[in-house]
Design a protein around this ligand. Structure first.
Ligand SMILES: *[C@@H]1O[C@H](CO)[C@@H](O)[C@H](O)[C@H]1NC(C)=O
Ligand SMILES: *[C@@H]1O[C@H](CO)[C@@H](O)[C@H](O)[C@H]1NC(C)=O
Length: 182
């Protein structure tokens, strides 16, 4: 019985392994064709599935642009570093303006350690809970990203949940509270 179990486990592992092997996608072929050490070259960015990410950037210049699923630049979307006003959507070729949260997030200069960087969800809205990475302090915000008074708490001490409803907060349930007190 034990041997049979081992055989089953091993064959399952091989079956899983088989499904992970796939041919390179066009994005991966293009990416891997760039010679190593070629300074200043544009290297395509592919996602985990090997597809072109909607936003592509030219590392050495900081220029970014949106592409469609074929990796072709969408006219009018190229922007110099730090000036992008648009988000390249995950829908093929769709673009949308940046939200206030994304504007605020991207306006934080790269480099300075310890700056508060707003967290935006996939739709570009402020997540209800914001944290200051370098200090671990967290607080709840409303949909404008404004702190809700009395919600700021040091690392590991938060007794409230920032709800997804605008500005709503509620106490943690007893089980969650125990996690903190332990
Ligand atoms: C991507 O854009 C190029 C150039 O505009 C176009 O020829 C191609 O059909 C597009 N591919 C898709 C999948 O939309
Ligand atoms: C967010 O909070 C600020 C400050 O309390 C307030 O001025 C603003 O109107 C609020 N925004 C929303 C959408 O509730």
């Amino acid at each position: 019985m034990a041997i049979l179990t081992i055989i089953l486990l091993v064959s399952t592992a091989f079956a899983l392994g088989d499904t992970m092997i796939r041919p390179k996608t066009p994005c991966e072929v293009a990416r891997d064709a760039v010679p190593h050490g070629l300074v200043g070259a544009y290297i395509p960015t592919c996602d985990a599935a090997g597809q072109y990410t909607p936003e592509q950037c030219w590392g050495s210049t900081g220029y970014c642009w949106c592409v469609n699923s074929s990796g072709q630049k969408i006219p009018g979307t190229e922007t110099p570093p730090g000036t992008a006003r648009i988000i390249c959507s995950t829908q093929n070729g769709a673009i949308r303006p940046k939200t206030p949260c994304e504007d605020a997030r991207d306006a934080v200069p790269h480099g300075p350690i310890g700056a508060y960087i707003p967290t935006c969800d996939a739709a570009g809205q402020y997540t209800p809970k914001q944290c200051w990475g370098s200090t671990g302090y967290c607080w709840c915000v409303n949909s404008s990203g404004q702190k809700i008074p009395g919600t700021e708490s040091p690392p590991g001490t938060a007794r409230i949940i920032c709800s997804t409803q605008n500005g709503m907060i509620r106490p943690k349930t007893p089980v969650r509270l125990l996690e903190i007190l332990r």
